[in-house]
Design a protein around this ligand. Structure first.
Ligand SMILES: [Zn+2]
Length: 438
């Protein structure tokens, strides 16, 4: 059983071979905590959780690290705007981020390092880069010398000329080369730290490179994030790691596609944002997760109310079919842990093919159809268990509990049908349907 993954670095689908057998190390760029998360932010939170669940299910020991950026100009601006401390902003939005992660059915990463807890390490790291000639000090701060990196642009596939044209030169810049990026910003404004180069704060690209270095102490298997982070953020993480540690930061790069609205990016400046906290007031959060899983992770999603409502209806059908099967199996006391291995193998084949989750949703529909028409209760129990296993791996298994009340309704319905009291049977069926059990 070989897993194949599209590697953004090589732009090819490659067999997945871990550095250490049966172990996966993963780093996914996390949020800058100065605001609520919107549907676009939610996409990588859901996808990389599915990746972790799947690897764990097939027997890997997974270490997933996702950082919290809690020192940044945007945080400082927000704190000024609201006249509160940066810490109160980052505390509030870190909590909001955790709440939303949980409500979307995602587990927390194994480690969530905060940038502010690694500042001493960052200063040491920057010091090393200066010593080795990879960085230099200017009155405005410390800059990384991009020209020293031979394969700069390796991830984003931009050539040097394009990069030069793409970089805006601003007046306050005193860099050697317009492509050079800030790794320490000297400032007397906002949250700042003492350093050999003056008070200031680390650059965002350096934060991720340093936390990776400190936590993993070597090359990792997978580095992930949204596709919009490829350049400059991920490119600059690669550059610093090759300069400081003389190895690649990661073997595989996985980038999650954008979530658009009317073919344009969801962003604050365009005013087309849907916040996760608002969406989950209206829809079951797992139906949004189902929408994400219904699309291939590398493809852009063009989000709309219609699309959401369509997935909500589909997810409702899944829940009803599951509950109906569970009810039937429970009444017959036909519980089993057996699964249908052939159907499960179909699932593995799809997941191993660069996480082909859209086709997995088709497989789920096939399973529901089989369950809905199955007359043999033992076979139904096996199909139920198979579907449940797949949904659990995807984080899509709904929670429900069979109460005595529902059980007696169901028994009464069966009795009414036996008695050919169709009016009463219809009434009872309606009640069960209202509760989502039919
Ligand atoms: Zn990062």
């Amino acid at each position: 059983m070989m897993i194949k993954i599209y590697n953004s670095l090589t732009q090819t689908i490659m067999p997945f071979e871990t550095i250490t057998p049966k172990r996966v190390t993963m780093y996914v760029c996390g949020p800058t905590v100065y605001g609520d998360i919107h549907l676009g932010n939610a996409r990588p939170i859901i996808f990389f959780d599915v990746v972790k669940r799947y690897f764990s299910h097939v027997g890997y020991d997974v270490l997933l690290v996702s950082n919290i950026t809690d020192v940044d100009d945007k945080i400082i601006d927000k704190a000024k705007e609201l006249q509160v401390s940066e810490q109160s902003i980052t505390k509030q939005y870190t909590e909001a981020f955790m709440d939303m992660t949980a409500s979307l059915g995602s587990a927390f990463p194994d480690l969530m390092p905060k940038a502010t807890e690694y500042v001493a390490n960052m200063i040491e790291y920057i010091h090393d880069l200066i010593d080795q000639g990879y960085a230099y000090v200017r009155p405005s701060g410390v800059y990384f010398r991009v020209g020293r990196i031979e394969d700069y642009g390796i991830l984003s596939k931009q050539n040097m000329q394009e990069l030069n044209q793409g970089v805006r030169i601003t007046l306050e810049d005193d860099k050697e080369d317009p492509r050079d990026f800030s790794i320490w910003k000297i400032t007397d404004d906002g949250l700042r730290y003492e350093s050999p180069w003056g008070q200031g704060r680390p650059g965002w690209h350096t934060e991720c490179a340093v936390m990776n270095h400190e936590i993993f102490r070597g090359e990792i298997d997978i580095h992930g994030g949204g596709t919009d982070l490829k350049f400059p953020h991920h490119e600059n993480e690669i550059a610093q790691t090759s300069a400081h540690d003389h190895h690649h930061i990661a073997r595989y790069w996985m980038h999650v596609g954008r979530l658009d609205v009317n073919e344009t990016k969801m962003s604050k400046s365009l005013g087309n944002i849907t916040w996760v906290k608002d969406l989950i007031q209206v829809y079951d959060p797992l139906s949004f997760r189902f929408l994400m899983i219904g699309h291939h992770y590398r493809m852009p999603i063009n989000y709309s109310e219609e699309l959401m409502s369509q997935y909500s209806k589909e997810y409702d059908k899944i829940k009803r079919s599951l509950k109906k099967a569970f009810l039937t199996v429970s009444i017959a006391k036909a519980f089993t842990f057996d699964i249908d291995h052939e159907l499960m193998d179909d699932f593995y084949t799809l997941m191993n093919d660069d996480f082909n989750t859209p086709n997995v949703t088709t497989l789920i529909y096939d399973l529901l159809k089989l369950m809905n028409k199955e007359k043999d209760v033992m076979r139904l129990a096996i199909l139920y268990q198979t579907t449940k296993t797949i949904l659990e791996i995807l984080g899509l298994m709904p929670r429900y509990e069979l109460t005595d009340d529902t059980l007696s309704l169901y028994k009464a319905w069966e009795q009414a049908r036996q008695d050919k009291d169709y009016a009463r049977a219809d009434q009872l069926r309606e009640k069960l349907s209202e509760r989502g059990w039919m």
